[in-house]
Design a binder for this molecule. Sequence first.
Ligand code: C2E
Ligand code: CA
Ligand code: CA
Length: 436
Amino acid sequence: MTQTTGASRVVTRQAIGGEISRLISGHPNSALAVMMVELRRANRLQALTGGISAEVVMEHAMARLDRVLRDVDRMAKLSNETVCLVLPNLGDGAQSVLAAVRVLSTLQKPFAVAGVSQEDTVSIRPHLGIALYPEGARDAEQLLIKADVAARIASSSESGYHIYRTEDRVETEIYRGLDIELSKAIKSNQLKLHYQPQIETESGACHTVEALLRWDAPGSSPVSPSVLVGLAENTGLLPALTTWTLHCALRENAELRRQGIDVSVAVNLSPRTLADSEFPDEVAQALAVWNVAPQSLLFEITEGSMIGDVERSLRLLTRLRDLGVKLAIDDFGTGYSSLAYLKRFPVHELKIDKMFVQAMRLSRGDAQIVRSVIDLAHNFDLRAVSEGVEDEATFNQLRDLGSDAVQGFLFSEARAAPEFAAWWRAHEARGRTLPS
Ligand code: C2E
Ligand code: CA
Ligand code: CA
């Protein structure tokens, strides 16, 4: 990996304010964005990766940013975990959202750091705050403060970014351009689902696949699914996206079955879908259209779905369960759900987040968490499924702990339906053993 960062765009922490003022006075009539990018969890990674410092991670991140920025953009490192970007001469605010998406996707790809083995590539969860000139603030100092405030809000948002705004009218303006991009993508089949197998630990069989969204926007780097879902939530496109996903998953599931590949499909739901009282009817209809049995469909919901209007979510989940559809709690252990909900929610499965699974080999604490979640699942008569399994040692450990199924790159990454079908046949042909 090259680490040469275009020296001309990098300015010091002390000089960034002056640079913003200079850019504004040079082009007072065009939009400018100040972006505060935070590399979350760099410290935790330091512990996991045996001494890769936040500073080294920052160096790599800046080299990547350098490749996605335009010549006119500026960048300043404020600390080992914060970098400030200045994007002048924007056509409109929507461009800053596209830039934010590009920045997040480029930083979300794992970093291969010298001295760290292949298995231990470093991943970070970046988030960023944006302040826009002239809507958000008109001088450098205020722009920097507001971008910082926005970054704090972004750290707890699904999409990973937040734009500082004083009124909603501005938000509508900003998202207008993006609305069109995303809705075009939904209509013109730029979106795809890829399928990742779940392996039963005892038999080695694959009875379920998880459907994961992919968006290869033409001319730019792929947008990560979590960013994409965040965008849809912010632009009112979530219902259209959910409908597209549901129908695509069921259509391709019916096709796999026609080829003799008898697998259920797990579809991820945004917490917001649980507030849509028409959703269960839509599911029933989609099952009928593609002639798929409800038992072959599973929804994965995150713990976040259980905060907010719990009673409303509960009613909706119960209606889904009554249809015969199965439910899993995703990323279990990362959120705030209380055990009391487990008793009340009609779920079938707990999915243990890859964060714990991957830390398990190195930390006894994380191994204890995994063990407890598996035991908890079994005490409630639920299946325990572990995700992010990348090596055989972790697989063996999970099998010994009683995880019912596992999912991860050790077996297969997510693949388009035809490639998944080929993987499935090969897996059956070699007696459901590990690929050699
Ligand atoms: P998730 O539901 O926790 O999905 C698992 C993620 O872990 C996927 O990332 C998958 O590719 C990745 N993964 C699987 N095995 C391994 C492994 O062995 N090692 C590592 N390092 N990663 C592994 P992906 O596809 O980028 O999806 C990210 C998130 O985006 C998903 O997390 C899910 O929350 C969201 N998402 C994806 N598709 C949809 C969708 O259709 N609807 C909604 N609402 N959310 C979606
Ligand atoms: Ca999932
Ligand atoms: Ca997860």
